[in-house]
Design a protein around this ligand. Sequence first.
Ligand code: VGL
Ligand code: ZN
Length: 257
Amino acid sequence: VFDRNKDGQIDREEFAFCWNNWIKKIVRPVSVFLVVDVQNDFISGTLNISHCSARQNGAEVVEPINRLLETVEFDAVFYSLDWHPSDHVSFIDNLPQRKLHESSPVSTEEAKTYDTVVFEGPPPMKQRLWPRHCVQDSWGAELHKDLKIVEKSIKVCKGTNPEVDSYSVFWDNKKLTETTLVSQLQEKNATDIYICGLAYDVCVGATAADALAIGYRTILIDDCSRGVDLKDIEKTKNTVTSNNGVIVDSSQVKAMV
Ligand code: VGL
Ligand code: ZN
C-alpha cells in the first residue's frame, strides 16, 4: 500500500496521514497511561534516587507527566504505588529476621544497602536490599504532592506481600500473584501502554518488559522517567527496543495517541 524509499522504508508523512485519517478508526487503539511509583520516598525520602549512582532528580518527572495528563486524551490513566508492609523482605533492616541461602554472595553481617543477597527457599530467591521505603500509609508512600491526579484514574498497589518484592506493576518478582492492573487492562481491551515514572531501571523497566511480554504496544516515555544507575538505565532501554517497544520523548506522545 505504501510507497517505499530506497531503503525500503515507508514514508513517515504518508503513514501519519493514513494513520490519522483511517487506519486508527479501523483498528481503534485503546491507549493507557501508566505512571509508575512517583512517590515521596523515591524523590526526597528514604530511597531518594538522587543519592544513587545516576544522581538523577525524581521530582523532574512531575512537570512533564502533568503536561501529558493535561494535553493528551488517554482512554485510561493508572498510578502505581510501591506499597510495602513493615516486615517487607526488601528492607535491609529486616535482614536479621530472615535466613539467607548458602549461595548468598554476602552474609547477613556483611550486607549493605543495594547489595543483592539470596534468601532461603524453596526456591532460593535473589533480592536486592533497599532502605525501608514506601511503607503502607506512610508519607513516603504518598504520591508527590504536585502530581496531577486525574478524574476516573485508577491506583494500583504492588509489593504488598511481605515475602516477595514486586518491581513490575503486573506481577510480583516470583510471578505468584498478579495485580489488579492485569484484569483492568483486559476489561478495557487496552492495546497501547505508555509507561513512565520511577525508577527507570527498576520498576519502570520491569513493567515495560512485562507489557511487551504480554504483547501490548509498549511506549516508554524517556523524559518522564528517572533512575538509579546509568548502566542499568541503558540496559532497560536496550531491552525495550530489542523487544519491539519504543522509547519516545513526551513531546511525541500527543501525536501517537
Ligand atoms: C522501586 C526499588 C525498590 C521502584 C521499588 O519503584 O523502582 N525501586 N522498590
Ligand atoms: Zn519497593
